[in-house]
Design a binder for this molecule. Sequence first.
Ligand SMILES: C[S@@+](CC[C@H](N)C(=O)[O-])C[C@H]1O[C@@H](n2cnc3c(N)ncnc32)[C@H](O)[C@@H]1O
Length: 262
Amino acid sequence: MTRKALLIGIGPGGPDQLTVEAVRALNEVDVFLVADKEAAAGREGTGDLVALREEICRRHITGNNYRIVTVPDPPRDRAPVADHGYGRQVRDWHAARARAYTDAIVKHTRPDEVLGFLVWGDPSLYDSTIRVVERIRSCGVDLDYQVIPGVSSVQLLAARHRIVLNRIGGPITVTTGRRLGTDVARGADTLVVFLDGCLSCAELPGAGWDIWWGANLGTASEELVAGRLGEVMDAIRAARKRAKAAQGWVMDVYLLRRAAVS
Ligand SMILES: C[S@@+](CC[C@H](N)C(=O)[O-])C[C@H]1O[C@@H](n2cnc3c(N)ncnc32)[C@H](O)[C@@H]1O
């Protein structure tokens, strides 16, 4: 029997950030498979992310006819490596994740049950769930799946700052803190930056950048800062600390744009 799985984008943290389609999908699921990063890696604060997903289920699912199975997330090798080595590191980690999920599916679910993966933000952006599910299939699990889009943190960033990400008709580079310097050196002038706990934007040469920054968007500890990069870095660092202290974890995303020459 072919198992059915739903990969549901749940928005970037707030229980109000789900679409109607996502809520319908949540109500179809029998068993949610949730990665428990804290259990595996001793990473403080990530247990709160599991709690947040549980809260989303409680809030949006009618009745309690579902189970949550937590799957210990395999530890990830984060030793600094060059780009080609980084790709291999991540692929190895995806393979280990796929094995952990395959074990959990075989041990804790029946073939006729609908499986649910709660995907932070939108599944198409810096998320491994689709790749991991493809690997689960290649491990021999007979599984068909559907992807339900979610509100991404970058959409919420733009809405909160009331901005359009692109200049009229212009391109946007979507990147990570790790690649920011390279992308700027190659000429990108409008960039959305994910996964930058180190605030690499502070290292950019030249003063001519504007930034629209947000942390823990959609949650009670949301923080927003906007302005000329060189002038607001201290405010961003302070806001980052506040968000972490209030929530136990901090995630931030930002838009950088070369300031118009006046
Ligand atoms: C693994 S990626 C997941 C992105 C997610 N799929 C999305 O659509 O937003 C995690 C990164 O997304 C951004 N992010 C996710 N949730 C956020 C939030 N609530 N506030 C600010 N940034 C967030 C941060 O850059 C964080 O490092």
